[in-house]
Each structure stands twice: as C-alpha cells, then as structure tokens.
Design a protein around this ligand. Structure first.
Ligand SMILES: NC(=O)c1ccc[n+]([C@@H]2O[C@H](COP(=O)([O-])OP(=O)(O)OC[C@H]3O[C@@H](n4cnc5c(N)ncnc54)[C@H](OP(=O)(O)O)[C@@H]3O)[C@@H](O)[C@H]2O)c1
Length: 144
C-alpha cells in the first residue's frame, strides 16, 4: 500500500487562496475519465486523512446545503481541538503521522491511504517518510 498525496495546485504553487477558497480550481473544466482522474484514483483508496483546515473547508463548502459526508471509507482528521465529527466514519487524531502509521494502514484494508491535505499536514507526512506518491494536477491559474 502507498500513502498518496493527490492534489491540485496553481501555476505559482498555491493550494488555496488567502481566504481558503478553491474557486480557482472548481471553475476549471475537467475531463471526466481523463488522465489522473479522481474516480480511478479513488477506486484504489481505503482511507483518507486530512488536516483540520481542509476538514473545515469540506464542512463549509461541500456539506453547506445539508449534503452528507462525501466519503464512505474511514477518514481521519488531524486536530488539536475537541470536535465531534460529522460522520461515524471519521476519527479524530493528533501528533506525529508516524505514530498513526499502523492505524492508517490497517484502516485502508490493503488499499492506499489518500493524504487529502492541506499543505501543512502533507508536509508532516513527507517529513515522516509517509508520502510515497505525489499526484499533482496544475490548473492554468496564478494567484500571486
Ligand atoms: N488544492 C487542493 O487540491 C487542496 C487539497 C486539500 C486542501 N486544500 C486547501 O488547503 C487549505 C488548508 O491547508 P492548510 O495547509 O492550511 O491546512 P491543513 O493541513 O488542512 O490543516 C492544518 C491544521 O490541521 C491541524 N493539524 C495539522 N497537523 C496536526 C497534527 N500533527 N496534530 C494535530 N493537529 C494537526 C491544525 O489545526 P488545529 O490547530 O486547529 O488543530 C492545523 O492548523 C484549505 O483551503 C483547503 O481547502 C486544497
């Protein structure tokens, strides 16, 4: 199994703008089924892991109009806060990613772990030697 950072960036290397908006990304035309497409990637994923800011972005954007948590696979949120996750499939953890390697590997059930992001958490996975792949789509946008 692999720890895979699957993400998108601007031409000048940003994952989000100053206001944590992904409008620059979500307005891009996407070729469904094209190279590096999400569905093919996600089919190989057994667990997802993200930092609190990314989790908060999902709550504020993807779940804003009452939609359910988008992932059926076990999900892990790194935070120092005491939070009640919005789905039973979410586990809250903290500390060094290396301390959770076995937990994440076991949760993925033989498939890969998606390091969703953001940059803060992904850097800690890299530092811990827990990023096997970086799959980066580059949007034709600069945020400056
Ligand atoms: N372009 C893309 O494809 C893409 C993908 C994912 C995310 N994003 C965007 O990236 C932005 C967020 O990225 P980010 O780098 O600012 O933040 P992040 O990595 O999502 O979250 C950082 C936060 O997670 C918590 N955290 C991180 N490491 C921890 C640890 N070891 N133990 C406990 N808690 C830990 C801390 O929050 P607390 O101190 O509050 O606990 C920290 O402030 C959002 O705007 C998101 O939408 C973009």
């Amino acid at each position: 199994m692999s720890f895979r950072y699957y993400t998108a960036t601007t031409l000048d290397g940003y994952l989000a703008d100053d206001h944590d908006s992904l409008d620059w990304l979500l307005t891009q035309p996407l070729e469904e089924g094209g190279p590096m497409n999400y569905d093919d990637f996600y089919a190989g994923i057994g667990a997802a892991v993200m930092g609190y800011t990314t989790y908060r972005w999902l709550l504020d954007n993807e779940l804003a109009d009452g939609k359910p948590w988008p992932y059926e696979i076990p999900s892990f949120v790194f935070t120092h806060r005491t939070i009640t996750p919005v789905a039973d499939s979410i586990t809250v953890i903290d500390g060094n990613p290396a301390d959770h390697r076995d937990l994440l590997t076991e949760a993925a059930g033989g498939q890969d772990v998606w390091v969703v992001g953001g940059g803060d958490l992904a850097a800690q996975f890299a530092e811990a030697g827990m990023l096997d792949d970086m799959i980066v789509s580059i949007a034709p946008v600069t945020l400056g």
